[in-house]
Design a protein around this ligand. Structure first.
Ligand SMILES: [Zn+2]
Ligand SMILES: [Zn+2]
Length: 172
């Protein structure tokens, strides 16, 4: 087997698990996202791509691509189980302070994650918690054109008709 996990490079400290139980990305796409943490993501492939900062992922062969167990675990697990015991994940990076805001927290949206990644070099932020002050800082640096680019790319990637191009209808 020469194929590698599609997400092998998305966290510095996570390396891929053994090959046996890898999951096809087309399979991941079939699983619906029902978590409110990951807003606007329809399926689990979308969640994984967004958390891995692949915002502009072009179309690729989902049946020939895989995710390993470890990356599935990190990319699809809940970020915070209980908001009331949590604090802003962005304060230290954005405001440069060690005190992290604990009130008025929201989950990072796709648009915010794009700005956090591109303007602040903060990786894997989608779905994490962000306070009001950090949201204001992020929105002052947001370029709407970037989110539109993302929407276009994902519309193409998840479009039922154009994905037929890659669909190998049950063998032969
Ligand atoms: Zn992996
Ligand atoms: Zn904050």
């Amino acid at each position: 087997m020469t194929s590698k996990c599609f997400f092998s490079n998305c966290y510095d400290d996570v390396s891929c698990s053994e090959h046996e139980t890898w999951l096809q990305l087309s399979e991941l796409k079939m699983r619906k996202n029902d978590s409110k943490t990951f807003q606007k993501a329809d399926n689990l492939l979308e969640v994984a791509l967004l958390r891995a900062d692949f915002f502009y992922q072009h179309k690729f062969d989902l049946e020939a691509s895989f995710i390993c167990d470890l990356h599935r675990e990190v990319l699809l697990s809940q970020v915070h189980s209980n908001k009331s015991f949590s604090s802003c994940d962005m304060c230290s990076n954005i405001k440069g302070t060690s005190s992290r805001a604990k009130s008025d927290l929201r989950h990072v949206t796709i648009g915010q994650a794009i700005t956090l990644f591109e303007q602040y070099r903060i990786r894997n932020s989608y779905g994490k918690l962000i306070c009001r002050q950090c949201r204001a800082a992020v929105s002052s640096k947001t370029e709407n054109a970037r989110e539109i680019l993302h929407i276009d790319a994902f519309e193409c990637l998840f479009d039922v008709h154009s994905s037929m191009l890659f669909g190998r209808s049950n063998g032969r």
